[in-house]
Design a protein around this ligand. Structure first.
Ligand code: ADP
Ligand code: MG
Length: 240
């Protein structure tokens, strides 16, 4: 589904991604771990062109994203993104948060969009909050709305950038549960997280990044139980 080839990203003279090669299969759950500053967010943001790659190619469903002719808006419809800080529209109800883009961007009928939205809210356990505003929800509820909102566009892949890092500890579980359900449903997912338990349980593949390079990748068992790269070993010894 996604093929990343020799991807480089510079910010000024700072080379943040130093030649990333990675392919992601349809239906795969890929978890990216690694120290702060290693380029994980930059990699995710290059995937949906929130950042422009400096060099290299990214193909998504056979389409070269680095080609200037690529329709970025169409691409973003197919890639749902969930951020650390929810980024909901504060002055819109939960329901409107979910229906806005489907109605405006995909020209879906309001009634249809609302039906889909309610099904998704039910899925994340928040159907009763459809008329609430984001500020009246807990962080965990807001993040579940953010996931439902991304799903409302019917994406082919979901990208998560530390979706639980801004949450109080007691709310982490409810968000991870929603993500587990999504994985179970067969959604293709690329997840940057520090939740190692989640990675062990849900990932098909774990990628360890450091210094802008994929240092090691493998099954959760291989990465967590028999890491080969000293950088991986050192990182895991600090976080496990
Ligand atoms: P991670 O998500 O792994 O913590 P990031 O991708 O956020 O890492 O950052 C990698 C490096 O790129 C860091 O050194 C960071 O300071 C730098 N960086 C990230 N975003 C920008 C930006 N918009 N402008 C300049 N430097 C940036
Ligand atoms: Mg980051």
């Amino acid at each position: 589904m996604i093929e990343i080839n020799k991807l480089h990203k510079y910010y000024g003279k700072n080379e943040v991604l130093k030649g990333i090669n990675l392919s992601i299969e349809s239906g795969e759950v890929v978890v990216i771990i690694g120290p702060s500053g290693s380029g994980k967010s930059t990699l995710l943001r290059c995937l949906n062109l929130l950042e422009e790659p400096t060099d290299g190619t990214i193909t998504f469903e056979g389409q070269n994203l680095t080609n200037k002719k690529t329709d970025i808006n169409l691409l973003r419809q197919k890639m749902g993104m969930v951020f650390q800080n929810f980024n909901l529209f504060p002055h819109k109800t939960v329901l409107d948060n979910l229906t806005l883009a489907p109605i405006k961007v995909k020209k879906i009928k309001k009634e249809t969009a609302e039906n889909t939205a309610l099904t998704l809210l039910d899925k994340v356990g928040l159907k009763d909050k459809q008329l609430a505003f984001p500020s009246n929800l807990s962080g965990g509820q807001q993040q579940r709305v953010a996931i439902a909102r991304a799903l409302a566009m019917d994406p082919d892949v979901m990208l998560f950038d530390e979706p639980t890092s801004a949450l109080d500890p007691e709310m982490v579980g409810e968000v991870l549960q929603v993500m587990k359900d999504l994985a179970q449903d067969g959604m293709t997912m690329v997840i940057v997280t520090h939740e190692m338990g989640f990675a062990k349980e849900v990932a098909d593949r774990v990628i360890f990044m450091a210094d802008g390079i994929v240092q090691e990748q493998g099954t959760p068992d291989a990465i967590f139980n028999t890491p080969k790269n000293p950088r991986t070993q050192d990182f895991l010894s600090k976080v496990l």
